[in-house]
Design a protein around this ligand. Structure first.
Ligand SMILES: O=P(O)(O)OC[C@H]1O[C@](O)(CO)[C@@H](O)[C@@H]1O
Length: 545
């Protein structure tokens, strides 16, 4: 297959992007620009008109997608083909939101029944816990869930429960432990009562150091505070694809919720990894979350590329990275409940597309995944928006805003929306020197001073952004939104011909860390590593600088 950078569309984009007019001119030239460059699907409205593109740009982007056989690659994923070529696995987080009557084969075996069985097991467990049927060792109902897991076994449950706070069961609280720093665990244990606490240990591999250490310490805490070994089964359950290791660890077989190799960690919140979500918001709402993602799956598979939300967002992200040298992408959620979403998309995209070789192992000839970062609006306007507006880096932005608040109060929400829309407008249009000078007309400054200040007030504009609106943040719209970003990530990896579903880059640090651990725990002075590592280890062992 012809390399992406050799495609005619790539060359056309190189030529076009170099001479594209400022977005102000593009808007002035076409009053219908929003109508032509916006799209509604799955309860979301995407305004992509504030992007550096005209009709020719879009035409070439879609040509580039077709040259990379994007539609075939989408079908391959949904059909369970082994697209994770280094781990020889299918990529089927989409099967977790399948309808019961669907047939999705892995090694000739329909996996949908076991997905549904696991969801039924989750539903029964959620019902037992929330009804008080499931009791602690002193006969009391569960009041606190402590979720222990890291990476994809942590962030999904964490941000989804945070986002859906208005849907929580008022009788339950949820706490998340991820870091091996004991503070993360100890802070949470101070808040809970061993008699009424349920620990959900989530680890796909059941081999992650942080999660195993935290679970062992939680177990020790439980046994030191009134629980006995016989009571463990009432207070510890596990979610894992490694049932044998979980059983060996001492988890009661009935308390193990399975997951599968064809679900990547960062794509796993839809599986039993989402058990904390289901416990907090109820299984009906968890099914709504799945339904929202399912609607986006359907859209992704069926919509023509030119009307396809994940495709359009993925192509624009690729455009800025590959043709404008944008190194990062910012996600700005204008909703307090969505404040965790940027971190989730950061893991999703950076652990997927932070790669530098193609599927065949050849070095890529272009940049790949950008740094994803962000935060909640309007807070960011008082922190990093200055750089977005007047910095030297081009940082494309996604703005996300529900039209209705779960907490309507006076003018708050309309002010939030005005900030959101005002920011996208300022990024696009900027401020010319003449406009800046005119703003100083009434001031008593000298002409020289006015000129100086005006120069400092100039904003180039032409800074691209997408705006995503939803009527209200519900389990369904959140499911659609997260699936949108999953598929947006897929689109970029597919065009770059990289493997978005393995993560070999995280292995070396773990391995070296184990070697350093041995040296930190040994008696002799560390010698065999590099001078920096030796010195750092020796300082740690001495306990002072
Ligand atoms: O669920 P596990 O196997 O404990 O892994 C936790 C996380 O560690 C990683 O393997 C590496 O960060 C992630 O992909 C995964 O979500």
């Amino acid at each position: 297959m012809t390399k992406l950078t050799q495609q005619d569309a790539w060359k056309q984009l190189e030529a076009q992007t170099a001479q594209l007019p400022h977005m102000r001119a593009l808007f002035d030239a076409d009053p219908q620009r929003f109508d032509k460059m916006s799209l509604s699907a799955c309860g979301l409205l995407l305004d992509y008109s504030k992007n550096r593109a005209d009709e020719q740009t879009l035409e070439q982007l879609f040509k580039l997608a077709k040259s990379a056989s994007l539609s075939d690659k989408i079908s391959a994923m949904f059909n369970g083909e082994i697209i994770n070529n280094t781990e020889k696995r299918a990529v089927l987080h989409t099967a977790l939101r399948a309808e019961a009557d669907e047939v999705i084969l892995v090694d000739g075996h329909n996996i949908v029944p076991e997905v549904k069985q696991t969801q039924a097991k989750m539903a029964k467990f959620v019902e037992d816990v929330t009804s008080g049927e499931w009791k602690g060792y002193t006969g009391k109902a569960i009041t606190d869930i402590v979720s222990i897991g890291i990476g994809g076994s942590f962030l999904g449950p964490k941000i989804v429960t945070q986002a859906l706070r208005p849907y929580w069961n008022p009788a339950l609280k949820c706490h998340f432990v991820a870091n091996v720093d004991a503070t993360s665990l100890c802070e949470k244990l101070r808040l809970v009562d061993p008699e009424t606490t349920l620990f959900v240990m989530s680890s796909k591999s059941f081999g992650t150091q942080e999660t195993l250490t935290n679970t062992l310490s939680a177990k020790a805490w439980f046994l030191e505070n009134g629980g006995t070994q016989a009571d463990i089964a009432k207070h510890f359950v596990a979610v894992t694809s490694n049932v044998a290791k979980a059983t060996e660890f001492g988890m009661d077989a009935d308390n193990i919720f399975p997951m599968w190799d064809w679900v990547g960690g960062r794509y796993s919140l839809w599986s039993a990894i989402g058990l904390p979500i289901a416990l907090l918001i109820g299984m009906d709402n968890f099914y709504q979350l799945l339904a929202g993602a399912k609607s986006m799956d359907k859209h992704f598979v069926e919509a023509p590329l030119e009307q396809n939300m994940p495709v359009i967002m993925g192509l624009f992200s690729l455009l800025y990275g590959n043709f404008y040298q944008a190194q990062s992408h910012v996600v700005l959620t204008y909703d307090h409940y969505l404040r965790g979403l940027p971190a989730y998309f950061q893991q999703l995209d950076m652990e997927s597309n932070g790669k530098s070789v193609t599927l065949d192992g050849d070095r890529v000839e272009h940049t790949t995944g950008p740094v994803i970062w962000g935060g909640e609006g309007t807070n960011g306007q008082h922190a990093y928006h200055q750089l977005l507006h007047q910095g030297t880096a081009l940082i494309p932005a996604d703005f996300i805003l529900p039209l209705q608040s779960h907490n309507p109060l006076g003018e708050h929400h309309v002010q939030l929306a005005s900030n959101c829309f005002g920011q996208t407008q300022a990024l696009m249009q900027g401020r010319t020197f003449e406009e800046a000078l005119a703003e100083l007309d009434g001031s008593s400054l000298s002409q020289e001073a006015k000129t100086l200040i005006a120069k400092h007030k100039v904003m180039d504009g032409n800074k691209p952004s997408n705006t995503l609106l939803m009527d209200k943040l519900t389990p369904e719209t959140l499911g659609a939104l997260i699936a949108l970003y999953e598929h947006r990530t897929f689109v970029q990896g597919a065009l770059w011909d990289i493997n978005s579903f393995d993560q070999w880059g995280v292995e070396l640090g773990k391995t070296l860390g184990n070697d350093v651990l041995a040296r930190l725990q040994s008696d002799e002075e560390a010698k065999a590593l590099d001078a920096s590592s030796n010195a750092l280890i020796n300082h740690f062992r001495r306990g002072h600088i």
